[in-house]
Ligand binder design. Structure first.
Ligand SMILES: [Fe+2]
Length: 279
């Protein structure tokens, strides 16, 4: 079934799976039931903050480290390719559809040690910012949470559903850890192109949110996250306005997704991770 969202007043039609059940949840606000790591911040009511990245990490170093990591991945998959002119921005001109799928298998889950960067220092800075010790380890699943380089090629369908990150663990364990999302723009990010979010959606009761369970299909592609169809009678998201030296920090209870790359000639790459409060 075709479903229509709006991203900054622009219509976005996606194909949702006919067989998946979209249902409203219980009359409860999950941030109230489980708490929210971001509730101590002044921006908690809107659910997100755009702030200068320099207090957390060196944006240029992170860019070079990610470029090096992705270039190495491509080289290892196809050593014959001439990558001397490779950059994150022109990624789409170097990879075929097949090579891109192979790259994604590696970049969806990047461990900190894959990057030539002091990731533990970044962790420490975020811990200071939130005034509590943070970790990549999900305390409920016991799994080390990976960092994800999201690659959205120019003019592609490389984007996922409207979702909340907390649903994956909630649907499986009926529990939600205190966690936060960090979204870092690396290449090709501008107001027309950045991550769409729904401000304040982390404060909505579940009985107003129509969604599948975690593990959903959109445009024929399976995703691990739940797919949300509408919330409080709306299906409108807004893109955040981010500069290269900004970082987006948002509640893991916030609805986000459908990050279509509208650029015709630049690959958008963002780097994202979830941090958990140490229990
Ligand atoms: Fe997400």
């Amino acid at each position: 079934m075709k479903h229509s969202f709006k991203v900054d007043n622009e219509k976005l039609l996606v194909e949702l799976d006919e067989d998946e059940k979209f249902e409203f949840g219980n009359k409860e606000i999950l941030t109230q039931r489980f708490g929210d790591l971001t509730e101590t911040k002044y921006w908690f009511d809107k659910g997100f903050s755009i702030t200068k990245s320099s207090r957390f990490y060196d944006a240029e170093k992170l860019y070079s480290a990610t470029q090096k990591a992705i270039k190495n991945i491509i080289y290892n998959l196809d050593p014959g390719l001439n990558l001397s002119e490779f950059s994150l921005e022109n990624y789409h001109t170097f990879v075929s559809e097949e090579l891109h799928s192979s790259v994604l298998k590696k970049t969806r889950r990047l461990f900190p040690e894959n990057l030539d960067l002091d990731v533990h220092k970044i962790l420490e800075e975020f811990s200071n910012y939130f005034g509590t010790n943070l970790t990549f380890l999900n305390p409920i699943t016991g799994k080390q949470q990976w960092m994800i380089a999201r690659i959205n090629r120019a003019g592609s369908l490389d984007y996922n559903t409207a979702h909340k990150d907390v649903y994956e663990v909630f649907d499986k364990y009926n529990d939600i850890p205190r966690m936060v999302n960090v979204w870092i723009p690396l290449s090709g990010v501008n107001k027309l192109n950045s991550l769409p979010i729904v401000p304040k959606s982390h404060l909505l009761s579940e009985h107003l949110i129509k969604r599948t369970l975690a593990g959903s299909t959109m445009n024929g592609v399976p995703y691990s996250v739940a797919s949300i169809k509408n919330w409080d009678g709306s299906a409108t998201l807004s893109r955040v306005e981010l500069n290269k030296d900004d970082v987006l920090i948002f509640s893991s209870h916030l609805i986000h997704g459908l990050a279509v790359n509208k650029s015709e000639d630049i690959t958008r790459i963002s780097f994202e991770f979830r941090l958990y409060e140490k229990s």
